[in-house]
Ligand binder design. Structure first.
Ligand code: BTN
Length: 249
């Protein structure tokens, strides 16, 4: 593993994307703050530090050999990463839930988010797995986030050592990475579903990639990692989108 640390960077994902030609497989880039942290769907990922206490802003570069299965692998890496983060929180005694596709919640409040990006050059695929974890966010900082959020330090009522959390995460990520590459989503399917934030029948709203709101009841996660929603017009399988339990105003 090759670690690169910054005190400040625009975005750890962007650093990798800009320097991809010079970086090795499994490079881990982390920063104390990000000045332009990116969230999913062009949202901002608020990325401060507080005194000398840090949140986690980390990106992992993966350069797998290009094979047909890597496209599927790419689709399910966010799910894999979500399961890994769930396991890391368990090590801290905290049972989180996974909100499709890859938000990590504690008591319905967001504690971590994942942004996977990829670049294809000829027959090579480069994948960046970006993870932001609210480790030491203070309540006054949480207020700057536009949705309900929480930090591990607020839950455990103590400061969290960012570097210990990072090591635990990276070790767990690579412990089962080969298994995931070989067996794909099936290697984590049960664990993903067991720790899912919704129960079958829960009413949810999904904003899909076209900005349309779809209303329905959560039914299942299929074997590809898609969301299966029971709507008035029958079951709908959703590949991309954001889930909410109430309509966004
Ligand atoms: C989301 O839930 O919207 C995804 C948030 C991903 C944030 C992380 S922080 C490290 C990496 N660098 C970024 O600019 N974004 C990701």
């Amino acid at each position: 593993m090759n670690y690169i640390h910054f005190e400040s960077i625009d975005s750890t994902n962007d650093y990798i994307l800009k320097n991809i030609k010079y970086l090795k497989d499994k490079t881990v880039v982390f920063s104390d703050i990000q000045t332009k942290g990116k969230g999913r769907n062009n949202r901002i990922w608020y990325s401060p530090k507080y005194e000398n206490k840090y949140n986690l802003y980390v990106s992992i570069l993966l350069l797998p050999d290009f094979k047909e299965k890597n496209i599927k692998l790419l689709q399910n890496l966010p799910h894999y990463n979500a399961v890994i983060l769930h396991r890391v929180f368990l090590e801290y005694g905290v049972r989180t839930k996974i909100k499709w596709p890859n938000d990590i919640l504690f008591e319905n409040k967001k504690i971590a988010g994942i942004l996977c990006e990829s670049v294809i050059f000829g027959d090579k695929i480069s994948i960046v797995v970006g993870t932001g974890v609210n480790l030491n966010m203070k309540p006054f900082q949480i207020k700057n986030i536009d949705k309900e959020a929480v930090s591990l330090s607020i839950i455990l009522k103590k400061n969290i050592n960012r570097d210990d959390f990072l090591k635990c995460y990276v070790d767990k990520f690579f412990d089962e990475y080969l298994k995931f590459v070989n067996f794909g989503f099936s290697s984590i399917y049960e664990e993903y579903k067991e720790n899912f934030a919704y129960l079958a029948g829960d009413k949810v709203f999904v904003i899909d990639n076209l900005g349309e709101t779809i209303e329905g009841k959560y039914k299942d996660i299929d074997k590809e990692g898609h969301l299966v929603l029971n709507t008035d017009f029958g079951d709908k399988i959703i590949n991309v989108g954001d889930v909410f339990n109430k309509i966004k105003s």
